[in-house]
Ligand binder design. Sequence first.
Ligand code: ZN
Length: 151
Amino acid sequence: MRKSTPRDVKRAAKWNKDHPERRREIINRSNRKRMDKIVQWGREHPEARNQTVRKNQRKVREKVMKVVGHACRLCGKDGREHDGRSVNGVQFHERHYKPHPQSASALWYILKHPEDFIPLCIKCHTVVEYLHDVFGVSIEEIEIWLKERKR
Ligand SMILES: [Zn+2]
């Protein structure tokens, strides 16, 4: 392929400007081709794919912990002690008990609404959810109760 000259670049820019819809179509088609390739690669290499997914999730989790926090708001246990895995580490509690995405897309949702979430360890999270579901107790009430108890 020959190197493109400034004139080629200018001509291409003009074509893009004159054919916005056609340009979008071409971009979409090449994006789809790229996505298909990635999906195909995932089918052929399920283990490597899972590893990549887990690695990316760990990265997002670390980002969320930086923004929301990594120590349980109630008992102080640090979620980073456990390799960043949600099974043992910190969880993120939605303060207003609003429905929100679960599992993989939850982390991206939290990054978009960090002010709605607090870090809780698994034990405290279970208790907080239980007190809310069974007795209608909010996280604010629990926090007030803990503060008064410490005095
Ligand atoms: Zn805790």
